[in-house]
Design a protein around this ligand. Structure first.
Ligand code: LLP
Length: 431
């Protein structure tokens, strides 16, 4: 069975045109834009459910659980939906931990990842009876041992190893090569376990890897899984207990159907079944992007169409709202909310935001339908690492987020008023 059959079936597609207008599930996006104003992020609960269901189905009877990497999209409504579906959470900060608790999760369904957990965060999550700390260095392990001793709770630990595998993804999101800041070198894992076992308040129980994000070939996963399987066997021979195996996230999605051809997810699961499952560990999966990317769009309005040297579409969304194009040269499909007729000529556009930087460019030289001032458009596949990476640069308010479920929709994060933004800052009396 190929991924195409599961992932990209028309049933799984929650964004489609009806009567000439783009809808999210049963809701006309134009009517949301009218009430909420642009720009805004829009998410489909149905698409999140169907992506989650694909992974659940492929897990089948394996002893494996999804710990959704909430850094991809941590809106509380999205988290509540995933919690209702049975997801645990992978968190990377005290704030994310609090969000997981807020949506009804509990410590036993939460894993704490990241290279720089502070003592305050360690204390907060220990007291919250977190399932596991993915530890990335010896100083971090010592800090955890100290904090755990102070609060009197033994800390469950997995060691993140760096398998020295190149995930062949964008430089900025590759994490598993020797020299990347993550994990401890796989060759030093046995030594690390020995040291860890001498500490009173930490309990090493597992291994963790995460080699990068938006990975579009299974080969790096295969290499990393094989190295980690070998390591688990060696560690067990050395008398160490390895009950948990966290294989991270990283599954790529097809941002550009014309040139991105990620592997079929079934191939990834075949590797898990063949290499990881026989190790008889509890398997922990940390997908982020795969679950939410295709469930979200960023809707924006054309402010001006300016034609000089080039045709430039100036829209009301900017790099502060969706930073992926300028940060990673990422491609997001752009579609018109009102379907253009097939006899309308296409035009070559640069699509830019209002921020005062040339880097505030979403795309250059893209063939698109003709747009006029006031037309609406959407960036597709913006549900992951979109709203969560937004900033208020140029004193632009964070854009609202809207969740659709069938024919219902609701604003799940409001656009702050300028007044609220300005009131957060204080002018000292002495100025
Ligand atoms: N687990 C760990 C430890 C991670 O660091 C990450 C992502 C994930 C899981 C989830 O990976 P995913 O399944 O989403 O690929 N801002 C970048 C992506 C950064 C990914 C960071 N780590 C982007 O917009 O492409």
């Amino acid at each position: 069975m190929r991924a195409q059959s599961l992932v990209h079936s028309p049933m799984a597609n929650s964004f489609s045109y009806h009567n000439g207008w783009l809808h999210c599930e049963e809701v006309n996006i134009k009517s949301i834009a009218k009430q909420v104003g642009t720009p805004f992020y829009l998410y489909s609960t149905r698409k999140i459910s169907s992506q989650f269901a694909i992974i659940k189905q492929l897990i089948g009877s394996m002893d494996a659980r999804i710990y959704y990497a909430m850094k991809a999209n941590s809106n509380l409504a999205v988290l509540r939906h995933l919690h209702n579906l049975g997801a645990g959470f992978d968190v990377v900060s005290g704030g994310e931990f609090q969000k997981a608790i807020k949506v009804g999760s509990n410590g036993s369904s939460i894993i704490f990842s990241g290279v720089g957990k502070t003592k305050d965060e360690l204390e907060l999550t220990l007291k919250g009876n977190i399932k596991q700390f993915n530890i990335e260095s010896f100083p971090e392990l010592l800090a955890l041992n100290e904090v755990a001793g102070q609060v009197g709770i033994r800390a469950p630990v997995s060691i993140r190893v760096n398998p020295d595998v190149d995930a062949n993804t964008h430089e900025k999101i590759s994490t598993g090569r020797a020299g990347d800041k993550f994990g401890i070198p796989i060759l030093r894992a046995a030594e690390f376990f020995q040291l860890a076992n001498q500490l009173e308040w930490v309990e090493p129980k597992g291994i963790d890897i995460h080699i990068g994000s938006q990975i579009t070939s299974v080969d790096p996963f295969k290499k990393a899984f094989n190295s980690v399987a070998k390591l688990v066997m060696e560690l067990r021979q050395g008398g160490h207990v390895i009950d948990f195996l966290d294989i991270g996230g990283g599954l790529g999605i097809p941002y550009n159907h014309e040139c991105d051809t990620p592997f079929a997810i079934e191939e990834y699961f075949k590797l898990i079944r063949d290499i990881i499952n026989p190790l008889d560990c509890e398997i922990e999966l940390e997908p982020g992007r795969f679950i939410v990317a295709e469930a979200g769009v960023l809707v924006s309005e054309v402010i001006y169409e300016k034609s000089a040297e080039r045709n430039i579409l100036i829209i009301d969304a900017a790099m502060n709202d969706l930073i992926r194009p300028t940060l990673y040269s990422a491609y997001h499909p752009i579609v018109a909310i009102k379907k253009s007729s097939t006899d309308q000529p296409l035009r070559i556009y640069d699509v830019v935001g209002p921020v005062c930087e040339t880097g505030d460019t979403f795309t250059r030289g893209r063939e698109l339908p003709s747009f006029n001032n006031g037309d609406l458009l959407a960036f597709l596949n913006a549900g992951a690492y979109g709203a969560v990476m937004a900033s208020e640069y140029n004193t632009r308010p964070l854009v609202p987020e809207v969740l659709v479920g069938g024919s219902h929709w609701q604003v799940v994060r409001e656009r702050p008023s300028f007044q609220a933004m300005i009131e957060r800052e204080k002018i000292p009396d002495w100025l």
